[in-house]
Design a protein. Structure first.
Length: 68
């Protein structure tokens, strides 16, 4: 992802993994692996796709946070 988003990406990545801590162990493991794979896959995308990726994951993070 674009260099200017690095701190935003790291904070979001950490936040999502932190939210997974309350999940049952098997779901936490599955969710953590999915997050790691998705963030890794999108590491080199262009600026527009990076923005969409971040918006979607930030929304997911808010939804998960609201459920906890």
């Amino acid at each position: 992802m674009a260099g200017r988003n690095v701190s935003r990406v790291r904070a979001l990545y950490k936040r999502v993994l932190q939210l997974h801590r309350v999940l049952p162990p098997d779901l936490k493991s599955l969710g953590d692996q999915y997050v790691k794979d998705e963030f890794r896959r999108h590491k080199t995308v262009g600026s527009d796709e990076a923005q969409r990726f971040l918006q979607e994951w930030e929304g997911m993070s808010r939804n998960l946070d609201a459920c906890i």
